[in-house]
Design a protein. Structure first.
Length: 476
């Protein structure tokens, strides 16, 4: 209103008050600019504050009305809480919280958002149980104990002291190395669940190097121990490197298992021991057995060698052998196993030869221009073909009999009223009195005696009477 009245004054009055008006207008302009500048500065400061501090949305955790932490989002909070719960249940077999924190949405500076470890620490601080995170020392799956954080370095020093003690135990060996087998981890524990560094050292002593031993009885030596516990000599030496195995006598304790060590102890030493040489196994087909049946003709025998070697042992187990020399004391003898190839025909007798054709049946025939009664069956085979016993029995004859018409012949008495003849052989493989089994080789076929070519004459006599072999034998 005042400003408008100024503008309606007379011109002369304006002239007189020109300086005052000019000053007034300057004041108005300055006042307007100050207000605009103040507002601008306020907005700018707010923007700078918001972005400068990195304000972000977060999940606020509240316990009994007090905010204890802020998580990045609900998913990260849930995974952090579940991980902590699982750790508490596994380590202490107890529930973590009586009541979980209340969650709400908040806008906070970026630096105010806690990481997983900070959130877990704040939750633990609200737990009704006095939890603490301590260093746990494990041997395999066995917990030796937990150490408070202030004593961890002292505990590690104790572990190194014990490592040195272990190394000195193997001063007689070469290239001894002691590496870690003990592991550390941070775990939850309650206030009074901890041990001192000295107690950790004692736990190491009580746990380390546990082995199984055997006391030798009267008449026993290390070779009996090897058999009892299925150990080879090199392994038994690695368990008992202090003296030769042959020095262990009645009443001595001999170690038969690898030690359960806190550390992995690796060492090397030179020694001499005997080693078994395995025998080979060969397989041979036999007609003495039916198809699918197996037998043993010769038992195999292991050989023996004396070995000088450098053994590298880790925790009582040989992990490397450097053989310096090896001398064979006894050569191995191969085993001969038999595989049956004879088919079960259901008949008393089996064919005396394989893969043969019949050139002459039992009964009357024409031979050398005249009629002749054939007392057996002729099987044509090349000379030198194996001839087999048709059934179990005892060799009654092996050689030339009668007028020599049979040539070299084998006669087998089957001791049940039946006798079989195998004639015209080139070589006989059995002697009179030998006991043979069905399918056993008894001769090599030939062309001896009264014969028109290489073949096997097979004859069956029942109670002294010549009968048709095919009454008691299947046709090929």
């Amino acid at each position: 209103m005042k400003r408008k009245q100024l503008y309606h004054l007379a011109w002369d009055e304006i002239e007189e008050n020109r300086d005052a008006e000019r000053q007034y207008q300057d004041n108005l302009k300055r006042r307007g600019k100050s207000r605009l500048l103040g507002t601008t500065l306020l907005v700018a400061a707010s923007i700078l504050l918001f972005f400068g501090l990195g304000m972000k949305p977060a999940v606020a955790l509240t316990v009994e009305g007090e905010r204890i932490a802020c998580a990045k989002d609900l998913e990260s909070y849930s995974s952090t809480l579940e991980e902590l719960k699982a750790e508490a249940e596994e380590d202490l077999d107890t529930e973590l919280l009586a009541e979980e924190p209340t969650l709400s949405l908040a806008i906070v500076p970026g630096f105010a958002i806690d990481d997983a470890g900070e959130i877990q620490d704040e939750i633990l601080a609200c737990s009704p149980v006095a939890y603490e995170r301590r260093y746990a020392f494990w041997l395999g799956e066995r917990l030796l104990g937990t150490i408070v954080q202030d004593e961890v370095e002292e505990a590690r020093t104790k572990v190194e002291e014990y490592r040195d003690v272990v190394a000195k135990e193997y001063g007689w060996a070469s290239e001894v190395t002691v590496t870690g087998n003990l592991r550390e981890e941070i775990r939850l524990s309650v206030e009074d669940e901890f041990i001192t560094p000295d107690e950790l050292y004692t736990a190491l002593e009580e746990t380390d190097g546990v082995t199984q031993s055997y006391k030798l009885k009267v008449g026993e030596d290390y070779q009996d121990v090897m058999e009892y516990f299925s150990l080879d000599e090199a392994t038994l030496i690695s368990y008992n490197p202090e003296k030769p195995l042959s020095d262990y006598k009645r009443g001595d304790e001999i170690v038969v298992s690898a030690p359960d060590r806190v550390f992995d102890v690796t060492y090397s030493f030179r020694t001499t021991y005997t080693e078994t040489i395995p025998f080979d196994v060969t397989y041979k087909n036999t007609r003495t057995l039916l198809v699918g049946e197996e037998g043993v003709r010769t038992e195999g025998t292991s050989g023996l060698s004396e070995v000088m070697a450098i053994l590298t042992v880790q925790n009582g187990k040989v992990i490397e052998k450097e053989v310096l020399s090896e001398t064979v004391i006894r050569e191995p003898v191969a085993a001969v196993h038999l595989k049956g190839v004879r088919k079960d025909t259901g008949k008393m007798f089996y064919h005396p030869v394989d893969n043969a054709r019949i050139s002459s049946e039992f009964g009357y025939r024409t031979l050398f221009g005249g009629r002749d009664y054939h007392t057996g069956v002729d099987f044509v085979v090349p000379e030198g073909t194996y001839v087999y016993a048709a059934a179990d029995g005892v060799v009654k004859s092996s050689g030339i009999i009668g007028n020599g018409a049979y040539g070299k012949v084998v006669v087998i008495d089957h001791q049940n009223g039946f006798v079989t003849y195998y004639a015209h052989n080139s070589k006989l493989l059995v002697n009179v009195g030998d006991r043979v089994v069905k399918g056993e080789a008894i001769a090599l076929s030939g062309n001896t005696g009264r014969s028109t070519g290489p073949h096997c004459h097979f004859e069956v006599r029942k109670n002294g009477v010549q009968v048709n072999p095919f009454l008691y034998m299947a046709r090929p």
